[in-house]
Design a protein around this ligand. Structure first.
Ligand SMILES: NC(=O)C1=CN([C@@H]2O[C@H](COP(=O)(O)OP(=O)(O)OC[C@H]3O[C@@H](n4cnc5c(N)ncnc54)[C@H](OP(=O)(O)O)[C@@H]3O)[C@@H](O)[C@H]2O)C=CC1
Ligand SMILES: O=C(CO)COP(=O)(O)O
Length: 329
């Protein structure tokens, strides 16, 4: 068993937070799982199941649910698993309970609207005493919770810290690779959700498997261009958290972002399902950041225009197909 990180705090008792709490317990950690809804947390503590967000999965004995952030004081590392747009506010409330230097690992996938900051930048501002890190990669909560084989990347600026955290959280079925390319890992997770909405639209419109594959390849070209403009390493963008997660999320309606695109493609309008689709919240920031550095992202731009109601699906598809044919890059 690796030294250190005997206890893990998980902030956010949604599907992913609950799955990560169980995965951490499976790796031998004691886990405190925080959720904001005291009633739901009490029910979870009684039933040992997160019936709202991860039904049918038994909570591991080493997981203690709580609705009090103060109960995270003293843990050795914290996984931040609330939605991207809520991360700043929750991290700010958490900050007074954390010891100096504690690793604070964002597991959310998105860019903050309004500030255009990546998740580790948001945590660095909200919890300046903590050490930001990120966990991201192709991993549905249900798969991880079921103990199906999954591989993700954990990145911190200090490679030894990333390696230590990966060793502490990983198990036979939940494999963690480590990296010091924090920016690369967070760009992949944020961008792929926007592109997955486009893939869902292609599926919902019945444009065919060939168009779906073209969308993934051209979407990946956008992700690469954006990543390079914002300092990511190519090998990170082609790895688990970039290409790996793009393929997963663009391939199945198990993804909420893809499912949102499916609905848009079939019905042509936005029908809010109430389910979290981070890409819909990140699209405008992604496009604004692409514009700021002159990065060409026609697919992401088309998604943003559809979501904002400035374009209908037919117009968006038409404008993509009308682009001049050019050298592949
Ligand atoms: N699900 C998955 O397979 C994966 C998800 N992720 C990422 O993890 C993040 C969380 O997603 P996921 O767990 O699936 O989402 P869920 O919709 O399952 O759960 C979201 C959780 O966040 C809580 N929450 C929402 N807003 C706030 C807020 N303002 N303050 C505090 N808590 C809040 C919700 O509480 P309440 O129940 O009270 O509303 C709920 O517990 C996202 O960024 C997602 O991209 C990453 C990899 C896999
Ligand atoms: O990030 C995910 C899988 O890696 C989950 O994707 P969705 O949020 O689209 O469901």
């Amino acid at each position: 068993m690796p030294a250190g990180f005997a206890s893990i705090g998980v902030v956010g008792a949604g599907a992913w937070g609950t799955a990560l709490a169980n995965a951490s317990a499976r790796a031998g950690r004691e886990v405190v799982l925080w959720g904001r809804d005291a009633e739901a947390i009490a029910a979870m503590a009684r039933s040992r199941e997160n019936r709202l967000h991860l039904p049918g999965v038994e909570l591991a004995p080493a997981v203690t649910p709580t609705a009090r952030l103060a109960d995270l004081a003293g843990v050795d590392a914290v996984l931040m698993v609330v939605p991207a747009q809520a991360s700043r506010a929750v991290a700010g409330e958490l900050a007074p309970h954390l010891s100096a230097g504690i690793p604070l690992v964002t597991c959310a996938k998105g860019i903050e609207r309004g500030t255009s900051l990546f998740m580790t930048q948001v945590l660095a501002e909200a919890c300046p005493e903590a050490t930001p890190a990120i966990l991201s990669g192709p991993s549905f909560a249900a798969d991880v919770a079921a103990g199906l084989p999954t591989a993700v990347t954990l990145a911190a600026r200090d490679l030894d810290l990333a390696e230590g955290l990966a060793a502490a959280l990983g198990s036979g079925s939940f494999r963690l690779y480590h990296s010091d390319d924090v920016r690369g890992v967070e760009i992949g997770g944020a961008a792929k959700n926007v592109l997955a909405i486009a893939a869902g639209i292609v599926g919902g419109r019945g444009l065919g498997a060939s168009a779906g594959a073209a969308l993934i390849a051209r979407g990946f070209a956008e992700l690469m261009r954006f990543g390079k403009a914002y300092g990511a390493r190519a090998e990170t963008l082609t790895g688990l958290s970039g290409l790996g997660d793009l393929i997963l999320t663009c391939s199945t309606a198990q993804s909420r972002n893809y499912a949102l695109g499916l609905d848009l493609g079939r019905a042509g309008g936005l029908h809010p399902s109430g389910r979290l689709a981070e890409g819909a919240l990140t699209a405008s920031a992604l496009v604004a950041m692409a514009d700021a550095r002159g990065v060409d992202m026609p697919i992401a731009r088309a998604v943003e225009a559809v979501l904002a109601g400035r374009s209908d699906i037919e117009q968006a598809i038409g404008s993509l197909l009308a682009r001049p044919q050019k050298a592949e890059a």
